[in-house]
Design a protein. Sequence first.
Length: 378
Amino acid sequence: MTALLRGATLKGRDVELNWSDGEPGLALSLFWLRDHCQLPQSHHPETRQRLHDTFKIPTAIAAQAVGLEDNGRVLRIDWAGEDHVSRYDANFLAALRRDPDVLPIRRRTWDRDIIARATLQVPYEDFLKDDAVLKDYLEKVESYGFAFVEGVPGTPEATRAVAKRIAYIRETIFGGYWDFTANMEHKDTAYTSMAIGPHTDGTYAFDAPGYQMFHCLAADCTGGENVLIDGFMIAEIMKRDHPADYKLLTEIAIPGQYLDHENGIHLMARRPLFRLNDAGQLAQVSYNNHDRAPFTLSLSQQTAFYRALTTFAQLCADETLHYRRRLLPGSVLLFDNWRVLHARDAYTGYRRLAGVYLNKEDVESRLRVLRIKAGEPV
């Protein structure tokens, strides 16, 4: 949708913009506008990088005239004291009304009943060939936190093809593409047949993997059902019903660790279970009770912390918040590791699982570009 300006008013050293869509106005300083001039000598048309020296712009810069062109599609500024006219596309200015690094999505939090009514799969062949299908798939992942690609051949090559259709594969201590059984190749309960409780991966990493992909290549076993839980739904419940516990889990940074001294590895990082962004909105759920490292708090904080953590764990155990499915060959699952907790029942027999990690910014980048190609706002 094309943004249109209704008015542009110069007030001192600021420009106030009004929009035809009735959205709140936007005020920008003349200094900011000169710093973000879009002309080729100021802003490289291919690299989209700034070319001029911000710090040579006069702090008292002034405009000779401010107006609109092309029926509100362009803001024009004639600068005083220099032979320079800047023009700004209204769509560029409209995008400033939200944080530039936040991918706009309509997030749908869910429980067992809500998710049962959602359609969260796309076919493999169409996924590989059609950008519209890929975009639809990534929109599902962003909205609900996970989605499936169905009809995938049960091979490492096909599994990699799904991942690489989205973004490049992230390398970690587990490698890039992993393909394993319960062989204890790494010191992690994922490499056993034991039950694994609800968690997110990478609590010991400064930048935890943004997305995780699973494909079960063989399942000659009993048990082993996978469980997904919407951590953002749990946050909503706690914020409403247990506000003190929720607040505490946004404040206390919990350390996570991964230990494998034989191979020279001891990873550690810490962040709150509910990490908020600068606007105070929930940005990430980070929880793995298996990997929580020892740390101390004051006695009063310890009591409150364990109470809050118990509240969170009890909600994770609530089966009305679970999506359960036994992963089988042919179904590739991608989920948001900053939002969705995953767990697995114990199993008996042989099970071969493959998968990858993808970076948060790379998946969001893919969706941004797909939206641009589809003529949608980003």
